[in-house]
Ligand binder design. Sequence first.
Ligand code: ZN
Length: 72
Amino acid sequence: MAGKPRQKADSDLTLGLPFSGHRLQPCPFCGSLELWVNSDTEPKFVACKECLAFGPTAPTVAEATQRWNRRS
Ligand SMILES: [Zn+2]
């Protein structure tokens, strides 16, 4: 749509998040927030970039993040 200003604040907000749309708890092992979400291949899971811990796998990203959050 021409003439409609872009919501710059929206993209800025998601920049610092490990995965947009999902709030992840810090790594239960090392407390790091440097997390990585495998959203491309099956199964989905959350991994810690710091200590390379892997969270529980799940069929969907939403479920994988939920399981990660529940464990921490
Ligand atoms: Zn960790």
